[in-house]
Design a protein around this ligand. Structure first.
Ligand code: HEC
Ligand code: HEC
Length: 336
């Protein structure tokens, strides 16, 4: 979800500054740009699904909870976030990005004709780990807004998906517009697949730990990607981690409002500098306060106590940054 608005914004900004010459370059680039997203030879993780019920349960926890796959791989529109936890993973959600194109959330159930039953374990694992789809195309969504799982957790999620009841649901093929292909060709986006190796595994446990918190916040739940300054062309974190993310206009009908991902660092103006561990856990369990927020509140609210406390303890160790990011949801122009 982070990704789609960013693209829209980049697109809008560049659209404004057209000239005849630029138009000519864009035309050339647009007719040739598609190949820049093709990585058919990108290596595949050699991982295989398991039928062990414990592994499947672990994958279920991750996919609905911290890894929040369920918030995108759904047929539900964004007006019903409360349904996220009943998601059958049959896909269909449309990501309409105006002049940049439209993408659709694929069906992740094992249906042999319309779901991941068509693909090998290695192909599915590569999509999740690196963002390169079974078709060979690099998915912008999968490469910039999904956290990285350890081998063990990737196998768990894969095993969970393979265990789902197959649903026949033919999802439309997404496409990028002429304009987006032009941007790609011109190298305006520095997108590359993520590497074959994932982060080291940190197993869950009953005792909270900073190490587990780091694994969850930096990778699996990807709190970092939204709550840090990010470069719009490469989608990489460019400023102090967790010091507050890029401000974006709301994706909903409330177009006069914007979102500012909070500074989470342990400074006097940062979230974990202001609240204690119990209050942090209560807030994460408390759910969304604004319907159109892109933060996956429903998913994170199902995380275990030990996992939430681990995240708090880790955030307490990141370098404090004194920066008041203001209200997370506010009228555009109301905050300096
Ligand atoms: C921000 C929304 C978003 C999130 C979160 C997300 N996905 Fe995706 N995923 C997509 C979109 C959209 C596509 C289709 C490719 C495209 O258009 O970029 C996709 C493609 C895929 C594919 C390839 C399927 C195919 O038929 O080509 C797999 C497998 C997949 N996602 C698994 C996952 C898993 C597992 C998670 C959680 C760890 C996850 N996704 C989280 C949006 C998302
Ligand atoms: C997809 C983007 C996204 C991700 C991922 C994300 N956040 Fe957020 N977060 C936001 C936005 C936007 C806001 C401000 C709007 C709101 O409160 O919903 C926010 C607000 C918050 C707040 C402040 C709530 C308040 O009451 O002031 C906390 C705490 C928080 N996030 C913690 C986390 C943690 C911990 C994670 C990872 C487990 C995380 N966020 C992941 C986007 C995100």
């Amino acid at each position: 979800m982070v990704a789609w608005k960013k693209w829209l914004k980049v697109g809008g900004g560049t659209l404004g500054g057209g000239s005849a010459m630029l138009g000519g370059v864009v035309f050339w680039a647009g007719t040739t740009g598609e190949q820049d997203l093709q990585f058919p030879d990108w290596p595949m993780p050699e991982l295989a699904a398991s039928t062990d019920p414990e592994v499947i349960e672990r994958g279920r926890y991750l996919a609905y909870g911290p890894a929040h796959c369920a918030i995108c791989h759904t047929g539900e529109d964004r007006d019903h976030p409360e349904r996220v936890m009943q998601e059958p993973f049959d896909g269909g959600l449309e990501f309409a990005m105006g002049p940049l194109g439209t993408r659709y959330a694929p069906n992740l159930t094992p249906d042999p004709e319309t779901g991941i039953g068509r693909y090998t374990d290695a192909e599915v694992a590569r999509a999740i780990r690196t963002g390169v789809l079974p078709s060979g195309e690099l998915s912008v969504f999968m490469s910039v807004s999904v956290g990285e799982l350890s081998d063990q957790d990737l196998v768990a999620v894969l095993s969970f998906l393979r265990s789902l009841p197959p649903v026949r649901n033919e999802v439309r093929q997404g496409s990028w517009s002429f304009l987006t292909r032009a941007f790609l060709r011109l190298g305006l986006f520095g997108l590359e697949p993520r590497p074959l190796e994932g982060p080291a595994h940190v197993p869950p446990g009953d005792e909270p730990s900073v190490e587990r918190g780091k694994y969850l916040a930096d990778h699996v739940a990807f709190c970092q990607g939204c709550h840090s300054p990010v470069d719009m062309a490469t989608f990489r974190v460019t400023g102090p981690p967790y010091s507050g993310g890029n401000v974006e206009p709301s994706h909903g009908a409330d177009t006069e409002f914007e979102y500012a991902p909070t500074n989470l660092t342990p400074s006097p103006t940062g979230y974990v500098g202001k609240v204690d561990e119990d209050a942090f856990v209560a807030r994460l369990r408390g759910g969304r306060q604004h319907l159109t927020s892109i933060m996956p509140w429903e998913n994170f609210g199902t995380m275990t106590d030990a996992d939430l406390r681990s995240i708090y303890r880790y955030l307490k160790t990141v370098p404090p940054v004194d920066r008041d990011t203001g209200p997370g949801y506010r009228e555009i122009g109301s905050w300096p």
